[in-house]
Design a protein around this ligand. Structure first.
Ligand SMILES: Cc1ncc(COP(=O)(O)O)c(C=O)c1O
Length: 391
């Protein structure tokens, strides 16, 4: 295996240049097919609501086992639309993990509801159902807000604990909206992300495991009854004839160019997912013990949008990896309840596990075009950095 001492210049290594996410390699593979798809949009000229949208929606439903899909302008739009459709409003409490991207909290606040931050499991990094139950009881005891919805997040691609969270939600009559923005390609107990909750929002931001060439997202439904309303909200709240406003909505649509790109990316997604899993398997086998890789629930498979570890002295490890040509990223160094926009919603006692996880997480390069040699090189570098950092 390649040793860490045998290095080339920064950004490059003796196993080639290592990218954190490599969109260029993917594009080289499918560029011609994407160009043909984009050309088709230019030819038919239906830049909004072109045939690519319905084709993509049908394919997303088929791939995930959802009853239907609604293509959206972004993952954020895909979060807001089901909340609005459910009637989530001022005076409602919506529960979400404190360890997520800010969009999860923004979506709640944009409906007028109040975010209630829930702690996570220290190994899976996803919402802790027991803490959810405690925070719901607290909100009920306080009596100021009505518990209305819960948003589990499939962080880094690993499905949240839907069975446990759904059981709590059923007891308290909460709507479950999965934030699967990072979750596409994940599976739990034989079901794909998209078919694990009544509504799942996903994001096709370019860097996601399934990414467009711009902003895009989708909502996946387990039940057809919600689709008409979601489609209406996505199109300024109009009726099917697009004439009358029947509810409050906004421009939440995906454009035809993004759908065209996604159709070609979905065609290679299964192969890419297998490649991500192969890299993750090397990381997990080599690194478990030296560091703490994200664990997945029994019966779960991650979509491996990201590969994240916990390690003390994270900043030293990151600096050492950078010096060896290995790019890393920190998702997330600040919990949501400590960010200026959300700190007024911080629970009195803090959100302790989230705070400790934010202090030592580090995401390693993860994409389908990493070679096994590169993955082993990265493991060599991580092991060496951790050893050098030991007291
Ligand atoms: C967990 C999570 N939720 C929501 C979003 C929002 O998605 P978008 O950027 O497509 O609006 C993201 C995007 O990064 C995310 O990671």
């Amino acid at each position: 295996m390649n040793g860490v001492s045998n290095l080339m210049l920064a950004g490059k290594t003796d196993v080639g240049e290592i990218a954190f996410i490599d969109l260029k390699a993917q594009q080289r593979r499918i560029r011609q097919r994407i160009e043909a798809r984009l050309q088709a949009v230019l030819d038919h000229g239906r830049y909004i609501a072109g045939p690519e949208i319905e084709e993509l929606e049908a394919l997303l439903a088929e791939k995930t086992g959802a009853a239907a899909a609604v293509a959206c302008a972004s993952g954020t739009a895909a979060l807001i639309i089901p909340l609005l459709a459910e009637g989530v409003d001022t005076g409602d409490a919506v529960f979400l993990p404190a360890f997520s991207y800010n969009a999860t909290a923004n979506a709640v606040l944009l409906t007028g509801a109040t975010p209630v931050f829930v702690d996570i499991d220290p190994e899976t990094f996803n919402m802790d159902a027991a803490d959810l139950a405690r925070r719901i009881d607290e909100v009920k005891r306080e009596g100021r807000l009505r518990p209305a919805a819960v948003i589990p997040v499939d962080l880094f691609g690993s499905p949240a604990d839907y069975p446990a969270i759904s059981a709590v939600a059923r007891r308290h009559d909460l709507f479950v909206l999965a934030d699967g923005a990072q979750g596409y390609g994940g599976k739990l107990n034989g079901k794909w992300v998209g078919n694990l909750a009544p509504a799942t929002a996903t994001s096709f931001f370019p860097g996601k495991a399934l990414g467009a060439y711009g902003d895009a997202g989708a909502i996946l439904a387990q039940d057809l009854s919600v689709i008409e309303r979601w489609m209406s909200i996505r199109w300024h709240g109009t009726d099917a004839a697009r004439k009358n406003s029947v509810c409050v909505g906004f421009n939440g649509r995906m454009d035809s160019f993004q759908a065209a790109v996604l159709l070609e990316k979905i065609a290679i997604f299964d192969e890419e997912l297998a490649a991500r899993r192969m890299i993750a398997e090397i990381y997990e086998r080599r690194l478990t013990g030296a560091v703490r890789p994200q664990r997945h629930l029994p019966g779960a498979q991650s979509g491996y949008g990201y590969f994240t570890i916990r390690t003390p002295g994270r900043d030293h490890v990151a600096a050492s990896l950078k010096a060896q040509g290995v790019p890393t990223a920190i998702y997330y160094s600040t919990p949501l309840h400590k960010m200026p926009a959300f700190e007024r919603y911080a629970p009195a006692g803090g959100v302790k596990v989230t705070e400790s996880v934010c202090a030592d997480v580090l995401s390693l390069p993860m994409h389908p075009y990493l070679t096994p040699d590169q993955a082993h090189y990265i493991c060599d570098c991580v092991e060496a950095a951790v050893r050098a950092n030991e007291p």
